[in-house]
Design a binder for this molecule. Sequence first.
Ligand code: PMP
Length: 465
Amino acid sequence: MSTTPRNTRPYASVLDTIGWTPLIRLSRVTRGIATPVYAKAEFFNPGGSVKDRIGLPIIERAEKAGELKPGGTIVEGTSGNTGVGLAMAAALKGYRCIFTMPDKMSQEKVRLLKAFGAEVIVTPTAVAPDHPDNYVMMAKRIAEETPNAILANQFYNQANPDAHFATTGPELWEQTEGKITHFVAAAGTGGTITGVGRYLKERNPNIKIIAGDPTGSILAEYWRSHGEHKIEGSPYKVEGIGQDKVPGTLDMSIIDEYHTVSDRDAFAMSRRLTREEGLFVGGSSGLIAKVALDLARRIDDPDALVVTFLCDTGERYLSKLYSDEWMRENQMLEAEHVTLRDMLGRKDASAPAIVSVAPAAGVRQALNLMALHDVSQLPVMDGDECVGSVVEATLSQRGLETPALLEATVREVMDAPFPSLASDDAIEFAIKLLSKSTPAVLVLEHGHVEGIVTRSDMLRFMMGR
Ligand code: PMP
């Protein structure tokens, strides 16, 4: 816990608590990396995201220009966080808010904006940027048609990058005592990276501005080709960053490197930040941290100082990247590595680990054993070695056809031995082997038969997962 006094005086309103978010050193996900990496924790803002910083400045600029008058309406197309920033300021100033939001955004964000009293219109994600149903186009139309309304226009409003030039940039300069060497962020509107980048480069032109972009966004490729390649975006799951069109608030000339990151890598890093660093953040923070850690590893310089940006709180994504079910549905969770040993450990402990029969035993004895233990097959064991197998269905069929067989020994009628696998092999190997002709697999621990996994064991196990 901190012993340095913070918040030692009362504030006039919640808006005065925006900004001066802590800079926190990453110490676990950076293991083996010589370059120090710090994270600017924007989820400490009262609305839970970096976007709190732009709500009030956008409103105040419109008031000053005489565009927004008492009782007026603020309209915006938002991925959610800007909506919170605007709605929080609007709540205190008595303005009404109407937000349009693409349907890929989480339900939590829609409910959050409604909690602040905003009206939310959900629009389809999969439409062209200039389609009338596009969330930005629809916001524009609503602003034009509503009396005494303004469009906050975060994608073109210079109050957005200016807010970061005035607050986020100077905070980072002071918090790192001017030692920051690399700032890593990702552009949604580009307000953060542009404002912070401009400020830092003004203080020290050697500071590098590094950008991350989700696979599917056009921004990184636009930057690489200096706008020469006409590229089409494709859908991706990370929220709040990347675009299918370059925003007016993004100054690409400020960026020194652009890196593309997949949804899968971004979400995996967000989850690591939560579990290993205790920093509960959204997907864009994971994407940026992935870029920052790769960069830190690459530059391998203990005297450098890399700052990554934690844009918003993970609470906004509980039904998405923090839901194992959602992650699995979207093929973004590595398959859980379950070994055969794990599986044997979860079998009914009251039953014997393995029921087997000796080669010299009679067929009747083998059939009785199977009935007694309610199993459909038996390995034939000669000491510690599996020399064959008998299967109830085959044996009883053959016994019915040739009754003399019931008097034979197991050795005379047995089939090939069951295949065996090591106890630390993944269950997937057993799943591949099990079939009608291979109804069971033996599990070996240090060469000794430790147990057996049958088709019905596997089925029961999989159904229980
Ligand atoms: N992450 C999240 C979750 C966001 O909502 C946003 C803003 N849309 C950003 C990152 C990017 O910030 P900026 O718009 O300043 O580029």
